[in-house]
Design a protein. Structure first.
Length: 256
């Protein structure tokens, strides 16, 4: 009597996604797209955590407003993420044989992960901070930066367990990141099409970083696109608010 063989049925939802991801991963431009998509994940998770943990702060907005905040928030997420990682991404796209060496590719790939973890740490800290003041970190970051030593002592003293969880999550994320950046796509046969592609991608990054092709660059005020302050806070992210606050607080250089 023979035992029936049990065949594994692929998930109808995950299987196509994984197939597309594998196809993109084998192409240089596709890998860049996957890296950018991976960098968006911490922002979306932080926004979801903010909404779920502090439901009382967002109870005045409905499902459509929440969904709109998540969609609009991608504009701020992409802007601050691209500003942080555009140079390593361009370095990974260089068409020369030496730039496709495994150490060159891994260096820039892991540098992106370090930047991503710094952004994720800011988002995690802001989630705690939001529970105290019911808004994101803003212009007060300038005063905080001058008292960095006491703040670090406070963080390790009161939030040591949370930092430990973050470190464990970063270590697990590194294992997944390794699968993303370690396989190196083949170098192109001709350099000039890739160089033209890099120029086009650089222009695209400029548009994404400034939040649009025309008009003023994106700012914190653009998050409050409706009459709801809560929706504005849900759209915004801490990393974007902090980088713009530091830029505004930077002293002007004058020549005399």
């Amino acid at each position: 009597m023979t035992t029936p063989l049990h065949t594994h049925t692929p998930n109808p939802v995950l299987a196509p996604i994984m197939s597309v991801a594998r196809a993109l991963h084998q192409h240089a431009y596709g890998r860049v797209a996957l890296i950018i998509a991976a960098c968006m994940l911490p922002f979306s998770l932080a926004r979801l955590a903010l909404y779920l943990i502090y439901r009382e702060d967002f109870q005045g907005i409905g499902f459509i407003e929440v969904l709109s905040a998540f969609v609009v928030g991608l504009r701020f997420d992409l802007s601050v993420a691209i500003i942080g990682i555009f140079l390593p991404l361009l370095m990974m796209l260089l068409p020369f044989r030496w730039s496709h060496h495994i150490y060159w590719q891994r260096f820039w790939g892991w540098l992106i992960y370090v930047v991503l973890m710094l952004l994720a740490l800011m988002l995690a800290a802001d989630t705690i901070y939001f529970g105290v003041v019911h808004r994101h970190v803003g212009s007060e970051i300038g005063a905080m930066s001058s008292d960095i030593a006491p703040m670090l002592a406070l963080a390790f003293g009161q939030y040591g367990f949370i930092l430990l969880l973050f470190a464990a999550g970063a270590a697990f994320g590194a294992l997944l990141w390794r699968r993303l950046v370690h396989p190196v796509p083949a170098a192109p046969q001709r350099a000039w099409p890739r160089l033209l592609g890099i120029v086009a991608i650089l222009l695209l990054f400029v548009v994404i970083g400034r939040g649009g092709w025309t008009g003023k660059p994106i700012s914190v005020g653009d998050a409050f696109f409706s009459n709801s302050v809560a929706q504005g806070y849900l759209s915004l992210n801490c990393a974007f608010a902090v980088t713009h606050a530091l830029n505004e607080n930077a002293p002007l250089l004058r020549d005399f």
